[in-house]
Design a protein. Structure first.
Length: 200
């Protein structure tokens, strides 16, 4: 089985954007606001691994999670969003998308699928050697182009991010990933350069 899925998480209105890779190539996309519907689509797609761009846990001490504080590649720090405690997140509508991600993880748990968390910006930076030029969207497109993923049908930044997430899911098939974090707060996973070099 070589099907994997990457998912970008938005707020309640934007919902979820998913990209399915099969044998490392783009096969399908899916968009929905209902986490249960997305989980059902993934299950029907006979998927080996799912990678999601949303925190899979909450900070235990307030400011951020260990995964976010230690995120780096070859001693290069990768800046990222910091997840607060769940109670602290309830005080701001900014974190609505994180709670929506929590609903998605719960939907997968109910059908016995255990996704991993990943980070599109970090994936793109590893592909680009931390030398990306242009806007965030331009860097995403360039990164996917480098690894041979067509962006013709990826009409939004959300689908571009989902495609990058799918690369992490695909990298788990050959164990070419790095994991950051701990069990209580959750782990964040990124693919290694070796994975990308083997795609060529």
């Amino acid at each position: 089985m070589a099907n994997v899925v990457g998912i970008d998480v938005g707020g309640i209105r934007k919902g979820f954007h998913a990209v399915l890779l099969s044998h490392g190539s783009l096969k399908a996309t899916f968009q929905h606001t209902d986490p249960t519907a997305l989980a059902a689509w993934v299950k029907d797609s006979n998927v080996m691994t799912v990678a999601i761009d949303a925190p899979c846990g909450w900070s235990q001490d307030g400011g951020s999670r260990e995964a976010e504080r230690t995120l780096q590649y070859h001693q290069t720090r990768i800046p990222c969003f910091c997840t607060p405690t769940r109670n602290r997140a309830k005080q701001s509508r900014f974190y609505d998308w994180v709670f929506n991600g929590e609903k998605l993880y719960t939907a997968f748990e109910k059908i016995a699928i255990e996704p991993i968390e990943t980070y599109p910006h970090g994936i793109a930076q590893i592909i680009l050697g931390f030398n990306g030029i242009g806007s965030k969207r331009e860097q995403r497109v360039e990164a996917l182009k480098i690894v041979g993923i067509s962006t013709d049908t990826l009409s939004s930044s959300d689908l571009l991010d989902a495609a990058l997430c799918a690369l992490t899911a695909d990298a788990t098939r050959t164990h070419l990933t790095l994991s950051f974090g701990n069990k209580k707060e959750g782990h964040l996973v990124l693919p290694t350069e070796k994975y990308f070099s083997q795609r060529h």
